[in-house]
Design a protein around this ligand. Sequence first.
Ligand SMILES: Nc1ncnc2c1ncn2[C@@H]1O[C@H](COP(=O)(O)OP(=O)(O)OP(=O)(O)O)[C@@H](O)[C@H]1O
Ligand SMILES: [Mg+2]
Length: 262
Amino acid sequence: METSVRPYYVPVGNEERVFLAAFRQGLPIMLKGPTGCGKTRFVEAMAHQAGRPLITVACHDDLSTADLVGRYLLQGGETRWVDGPLTRAVREGAICYLDEVVEARQDTTVVLHPLADHRRQLPIDRLGVTLDAAEGFCLVVSYNPGYQSVLKDLKDSTRQRMIAIELGYPPAEIEEKIIAVEAAADQRAAAQLVRIGRAVRQADAPGLREVASTRVLISAAKLIAEGLAPGDAARAAIAGPLTDDPLVAANLTAVIDAYLQE
Ligand SMILES: Nc1ncnc2c1ncn2[C@@H]1O[C@H](COP(=O)(O)OP(=O)(O)OP(=O)(O)O)[C@@H](O)[C@H]1O
Ligand SMILES: [Mg+2]
């Protein structure tokens, strides 16, 4: 989305330079990283920086080529072609962000191949046309390598056409700053939450599907900003969402309490 204020994103490494260089060269980009590490926010900031509209598609296993490209719809007794989000992005020269692309089936993502290479073209079989991507069009896909199943993995030929950017949870000082800004939290609460987050990430607790993301730490800070005690906030925003297993939850609570004592 293009807004006059750049969405708040704090760079951790050279990811902004890599993204903008790839964008200028018309190269597609793959963003890898765990949940809640800033992928979506990063793309929003980069779209703003590049001055291009952002069109986001949340991928899932029922997503069809027609969902991406478009379809004929019956409207008031007439059939009318309606562009899908990918086609709109190709026509408008927008950044098309396919979130969780590995969730989509391969027969859906084949349509990306000619778009992802030097041709930058989108064939639309139903219309019998092939569109050249407008200047500024950029394909960005994201996925979480931790979830990836071999079956759903991106095709090698597609992967090799892309520029990879790996994002992770930011280093402590940067994460503190992000939490303080995003939750309007004080520095001390932010620092405490970051210590908890890092401890949970290192705990490698079996039974945890995910580790504590920057997102859950921000949520905890928001509850604290509302006046909740840090322990209650951390249990509700960090421990609860991460597990349903009472034993694992008890372990997480112990980690949280230990760090709040300090
Ligand atoms: N580097 C950063 N700069 C600013 N904010 C950040 C940064 N990293 C994370 N955040 C914050 O963390 C929140 C979660 O990030 P975001 O939604 O972009 O994660 P994501 O990687 O897209 O997660 P998911 O895979 O679940 O979609 C954002 O709303 C933002 O507040
Ligand atoms: Mg996201």
